[in-house]
Design a protein around this ligand. Structure first.
Ligand SMILES: Cc1cc2nc3c(=O)[nH]c(=O)nc-3n(C[C@H](O)[C@H](O)[C@H](O)COP(=O)(O)OP(=O)(O)OC[C@H]3O[C@@H](n4cnc5c(N)ncnc54)[C@H](O)[C@@H]3O)c2cc1C
Length: 471
């Protein structure tokens, strides 16, 4: 026992007495180095991030979150907050500090009369779709169902329904939060208005959101899925798609991808491992008009592979989960674009002909339509006039390829960035410093820094795309 105490103190700087005091307050799990679950519990989705926190508190309720915040503060620990642990730069963990893990807080309650859903801060997108789909409802979120609602909803949230119903932040009606001093508050249109503005894009800078009240929108069967074309057609397809998506009705969405065809069924063998251009469609309009809607698309250039068909929305949302399991190495680079001219299209095609691994590629998500009609200062998301959010992903199971794939992503970004609108979706970048955060918030950064100074003056919540408090 004496040995264990010394080891714990040495590894974490925290005494057994302090841990015993914490145990009396926490109903969830307290996981320490040496515990059987520690090795699994410390991991985040991106295996490029390999950190050893002093302890992990898996909270089960608001009281746990508040006690965890108090403990971190009293012990002078750096604190990382985690929902789905999907964050690219791995802000869901911290070396030698405290991880407040919300992944056991998955409570979801639908209000079908009001078309709203109350979601606890540790739910995944798949948890939410599972709960809303039987009611013919969905919240606009991202395209992988294993992502956490916490990081996604606090920073943006783009996906299949963005053009029709906006970003996830545009669908937040209220949040319950624990602040840096351990206090509990609600922020919505009537309460703590400044905080309510800030959390709809300002990330985890202002406190821990224990639950979100979200607007749920009409969605059931959609007409969607991927169409793929050979790389030789990529420039024509991207030009055609761009003009289409700039004018299309809101209920039609399609994100563009450069990818390598996975070497598995149902992809036809002749195309497996070929680099191709793809559009992953989601049409949430009347199903009996879908074939007609897609006729000109199919006749513009016959797709080599066409999986676009009626599909339940949650199946579309989780279609790529198996291709990107947790534990891969990830490196991201991103930009906003208003329009792709000939040179930017050429660069995108050329760079993706050199994709360094079969998991790597580039995605371009439309952020116009409903998301583009919100004002640039109505939420912290400044780039409402950008039409596209581009992300290049360098991904592989093996760390041995990291150097090459990171170089590919960085060189590609340096070449394409001059054609961009400036700034980037902060959930699609790595830890790239304050200038990049400022560029992404533009004029809204000053207001965010003032609100940060009011709610978190000591920058307690700083393991994130950090906004530095400034009065
Ligand atoms: C494979 C993959 C696909 C993706 N696809 C999309 C997509 O289609 N659309 C899209 O918009 N994004 C997408 N993303 C990006 C994703 O939105 C971000 O990675 C996001 O940070 C993940 O949220 P999380 O809760 O899982 O992450 P975490 O690592 O748990 O947290 C991320 C950040 O948010 C903070 N945070 C998390 N929960 C809370 C909370 N409850 N209160 C306060 N702060 C909190 C954390 O402190 C941390 O700074 C994707 C990411 C991956 C890896």
């Amino acid at each position: 026992m004496a040995d264990m105490q010394t080891e714990l103190k040495k590894a974490t700087g925290i005494s057994m007495e302090a841990i015993a005091g914490l145990r009396a307050k926490i109903r969830g799990d307290i996981i320490l180095p040496g515990d059987p679950q520690y090795e699994v519990a410390r991991k985040v989705y991106n295996s490029m991030i390999d950190k050893h926190p002093a302890l992990i508190i898996r909270c089960v309720d608001v009281a746990d979150v508040s006690s965890a915040v108090d403990f971190g503060s009293q012990q002078g620990l750096e604190v990382a907050v985690r929902s789905g642990a999907h964050n690219g730069p791995g802000f869901g963990t911290v070396e030698g500090g405290l991880v407040i893990d919300l992944s056991r807080m998955k409570g979801i309650r639908i209000n079908p009369e009001e078309n709203t859903v109350r979601v606890e801060g540790g739910a995944t997108l798949g948890d939410i779709d599972h709960a809303t789909y039987p009611f013919g409802l969905a919240v606009p979120m991202g395209v992988l169902s294993t992502t956490g609602i916490g990081g996604l909803a606090l920073t943006g949230g783009s996906g299949y329904l963005t053009r029709q119903y906006g970003l996830t932040i545009d669908n937040i009606l209220s949040v319950d939060m624990v602040l840096a001093d351990g206090c509990f508050v609600t922020a919505d249109k009537e309460h703590n208005e400044d905080l309510f503005w800030a959390v709809r894009g300002g990330g985890g800078n202002f406190g821990i959101v224990t639950s979100f009240l979200l607007r749920a929108n009409k969605v059931s069967m959609v007409y969607g899925g991927p169409m793929l074309w050979p790389m030789d057609d990529a420039a024509d397809i991207i030009s055609y798609w761009q003009e289409l998506i700039l004018k299309a009705p809101d209920e039609l969405n399609g994100w563009f991808a450069f990818l390598t065809v996975p070497p598995v069924a149902p992809f036809p063998e002749m195309y497996q491992l070929q680099k191709m251009a793809a559009i992953i469609w989601c049409y949430n309009g009347p199903l009996d008009t879908a074939e007609e809607m897609f006729k000109p698309i199919r006749s513009f250039r016959q797709p080599a592979i066409d999986f676009t068909a009626p599909i339940p929305f949650p199946a579309l949302q989780s279609m790529f989960d198996a291709l990107y399991p947790p534990g891969l190495q990830w490196y991201w680079q991103a930009d906003f674009f208003k329009h792709y001219d000939g040179e930017a299209i050429k660069l995108n095609v050329e760079r993706n002909k050199e994709m360094p691994t079969i998991f790597s590629g580039t995605h371009i998500y439309p952020i116009n339509g409903a998301a583009g009609r919100i004002g640039p200062v109505d939420t912290p998301w400044r780039f409402r006039d950008a039409n596209f959010s581009q992300v290049t992903i360098a991904v592989d199971p093996s760390p041995n390829r990291n150097e090459g794939m990171i170089k590919w992503a960085k060189d590609y970004w340096s070449a394409i960035h001059p054609y961009s609108a400036g700034g980037a979706y902060l959930n699609f970048i790595m830890d790239e410093g304050t200038d990049r955060v400022k560029a992404s918030y533009g004029d809204n950064y000053t207001r965010l820094a003032q609100i940060k100074a009011r709610y978190d003056p000591n920058n307690f919540f700083h393991i994130n795309q950090n906004i530095i408090p400034k009065v």
